[in-house]
Design a protein around this ligand. Structure first.
Ligand code: SF4
Length: 228
């Protein structure tokens, strides 16, 4: 999941991956952007891998470029690299795990980074597809307790058929797993919101809102082409 703003972004790139490219464009596409600033928050891009293949995702539409910046990582950054990229948490409203990949795929690294930054006073948010319990084969949400302040879950659709059409999950039962994750995580994280993209064919935003209400979490409507 990714949020972008064309106007002002502060990026952290790992050196040695095209920093000396002959053109600006080449540099942008070949560097590894781990962290960038958006609307006063610091976003961490910790993996390029996903459990979904969303039809509306830039990387499945021939581009890893979001907001003019390349978010394809050339290697999986270490916890030390991510913490260094995050910078001083006091400068930001939130630290948000959100890139062009699913952050909970690297759960151990995510939790280590979150703990280190939380100890420095950061408010921590995870933007996720809500499939962490499915891919790890256990309920991981207790590990968020007292560490993660907010979770944003991409519901994306109101039923499994529509979800599968737009999100193309790699594993079966992803839609129900995402809903179950949402129920679990609200027990451990104070601020949980589910989101859906308005503008995707067949997505009933009102029904999505009802699902979030039923689970007992907040709902946010996202706009097509503003991926986040
Ligand atoms: S979960 Fe996010 S990053 Fe992954 S494919 Fe879907 S939109 Fe793209």
């Amino acid at each position: 999941m990714i949020e972008v703003n064309e106007k002002k972004q502060h990026l952290y790139r790992i050196s040695g991956f095209g920093e000396t490219g002959s053109t600006v464009e080449r540099t942008r596409t070949r560097t590894s952007v781990i962290a960038y600033t958006l609307r006063g928050n610091r976003y961490l891009n910790i993996t390029s891998h996903c459990t979904l293949r969303c039809t509306f995702c830039p990387k499945f539409n021939g581009s890893w470029e979001v907001g003019r910046y390349g978010l394809r990582l050339r290697h999986a950054p270490t916890a030390d690299e991510i913490v260094m990229a995050a910078g001083d948490p006091a400068r930001y409203g939130e630290i948000v795990f959100c890139g062009l990949g699913e952050p909970t795929k690297r759960l151990d690294v995510l939790l280590e980074v979150a703990e280190r930054l939380h100890d420095e006073g950061a408010r921590i948010r995870i933007n996720t597809d809500g499939l962490a319990n499915l891919i790890h084969g256990r309920d991981v949400t207790p590990a968020f307790s007292g560490l993660i302040d907010a979770v944003s879950i991409s519901m994306n659709a109101h039923d499994e058929l529509t979800y599968n059409r737009h999100c193309r999950p790699l594993q079966s039962r992803a839609f129900s797993a995402m809903l179950a994750f949402s129920r679990h995580v609200r027990e451990h994280v104070p601020d949980v919101v589910m989101t859906a993209v308005d503008g995707l064919p067949g997505v009933d935003i009102s029904a999505c809102r009802d699902i979030a209400d039923g689970i007992g979490v907040a709902f946010r409507r996202r706009i097509l082409d503003v991926v986040g």
